[in-house]
Structure formats: structure tokens, C-alpha cells
Design a protein around this ligand. Sequence first.
Ligand code: FES
Length: 148
Amino acid sequence: MTNKEIIENYNKSKESLKPILDELQDMNGFVSEEDIAEISNYLEISKKEIMILLKYKKNIKLEKQGENIIVVCKGPNCLKKGSIDIIKEIEKNFNVEEGHTSKDGKLTLETKNCFKKCGFAPNVEINGKLYSNCTKENIVKILKDVIY
Ligand code: FES
């Protein structure tokens, strides 16, 4: 079934928006710009309105996710202890930008506000496992060990 067929399987009503987004996310791992245009067209809802909803629907990704998901904490304690430097180091070494997936599809770099492990700041989650007391010096080695 194509994405267009999935979209058109739903009733043409505003209530269909969330279930369509969830189904496309489950099926493809993300919802593309073309999907959003298709949904907007079919449900007669503006793209802007869909994008506003997507700000709150954190489970919906707008691009294909990488094989590895890296989440750097940007909460106040982690920021104080250098999480921005860690993000920059990851961006530089793995050719990825915050909020996006690297071109080779190896990793997606995300951020979060707090892991509630502030005493061990800065914290980085790699594929669901939390690494504490990270530094810009050791983060590249940790990631290379996990990813390659
Ligand atoms: S601020 Fe990073 S874990 Fe709380």
C-alpha cells in the first residue's frame, strides 16, 4: 500500500489527522514533507496547521531515523558542564547536525531537557543507554565504540 492509499483510507475529516500521522510513522519510521503535503491536500488542512500539531506530537519524526539514536541533555546542569561542546564535537566528527540524521544514516542527533540524572552531568543517551559524566574529549571514543 502506498502512503497516498493509506491517507485516503481515512475519512476526510480533521479527526483523521492524528491516526494518519501515527500510521505513517509506524510504517515508515517518519513522515515526509510529501506525506504532509498529501495529507494537507486530502484533509483540506493547511500544512502550517499540521506542523503546529507536530510540535506537540513528539513521536512523529520528520526524517528517517539513523541506525543509532544519540540524545544529548541540554538541561541546565548538563549545559553548565559542557553539553554544547559535546554536541559540537559529535556534529564535527560524525557529519551530523543537531536534530538531524547523518548522511550515511548511521546516527540521529537529538537533544532533551533533562534525564533527571543531573548529579552525573553531562549525560548522553546512546540507543537508550545513559552515559554519564561525558566530556567532549571522550564522547567521540564512546560513540565509535558503540556505533562501529
Ligand atoms: S540537566 Fe542533564 S540530566 Fe538533568
